[in-house]
Design a protein around this ligand. Structure first.
Ligand SMILES: Nc1nonc1C(=O)NCC1CCCCC1
Length: 245
């Protein structure tokens, strides 16, 4: 899968994405990451990429021409690509969206700065605005990196043992169960006996119950879409009662 990230700060993006799991995916040719500096498409002597907003107001707006020229240059090389703008106004990013994006062959991510980009670029070039959360960052780069990481790790072969991307938070509509490793006791806290039992059926049952209880405690709204057995729904009802006591 080809990721193209268009940004005023390519060095900000390069470091983390070329490290660790995503970096290994790039080395192994499973991921292709190209960074484009929007400022390289500013035509004036001062390489200006921002200007004052029409109508007044604080801050600056990203100019149309450099951004449009940069996006169209990349789109010409990526005819299959979906073009995403990271923005607080966007559709909420989720594991479900990550899975959908992982099915693409090419993804272009545009990173806004200042107070945002000229709306005409959005109208002419952007397929989808995507938000990683209801907060405002200094720019779209961190959101772009989150998307590349969450999508890249789902690509076949990137995670090493592919199954570890299957059983995790949100994959079955629930949050992930607690994890433990050696030592069996630490600061007086013991690993739950069932995990040392070798009884895989009991371990799976315990993990499922823990995932449900974790979800009740932190994200009860996710339960509406979870596939629960009648017994699990009873567990949820009791846990919700406890939560409200
Ligand atoms: N939240 C977010 N989700 O995706 N991006 C986000 C963001 O906060 N981006 C920074 C803003 C800053 C002003 C210009 C446009 C981008």
């Amino acid at each position: 899968m080809k990721f193209d990230v268009l940004t005023l700060f390519p060095d900000m993006v390069a470091g983390p994405l070329n490290d660790s799991i995503i970096g290994r995916g790039i080395e192994r040719g499973l991921i292709e990451l190209n960074l484009w500096n929007i400022r390289d498409y500013a035509v004036d002597r001062h390489r200006t990429v921002d200007d004052s907003p029409y109508g007044g107001g604080a801050g600056m707006v990203m100019k149309v021409e450099p951004l449009y020229s940069c996006i169209e240059t990349v789109k010409a090389k990526r005819p299959e690509a979906r073009v995403i703008l990271t923005s607080p106004r966007g559709v909420p990013f989720s594991q479900e969206m990550a899975k959908e994006l992982a099915g693409l062959t090419e993804l272009i991510i545009v990173c806004g700065r200042y107070e945002g980009i000229d709306e005409r670029v959005t109208e002419l070039c952007i397929d989808q605005e995507v938000s990683i959360g209801d907060f405002v960052l200094t720019g779209g780069e961190l959101a772009a990196m989150v998307i590349v990481d969450a999508v890249g790790r789902l690509l076949p072969g990137v995670l090493g043992c592919d199954d570890s991307s299957v059983e995790e938070s949100f994959s079955d509509g629930l949050l992930e169960y607690p994890q433990y490793t050696r030592p069996p006791e630490f600061h007086g806290l013991k690993v739950p006996e069932v995990l040392l039992s070798g009884n895989h059926q009991e371990i799976a049952k315990w993990r499922r119950q823990q995932a449900i209880l974790r979800t009740v405690a932190a994200r009860p709204e996710l339960l509406a879409n979870a596939q629960l057995t009648p017994a699990e729904r009873t567990l949820v009802a009791h846990a919700l009662e406890m939560r409200h006591e």
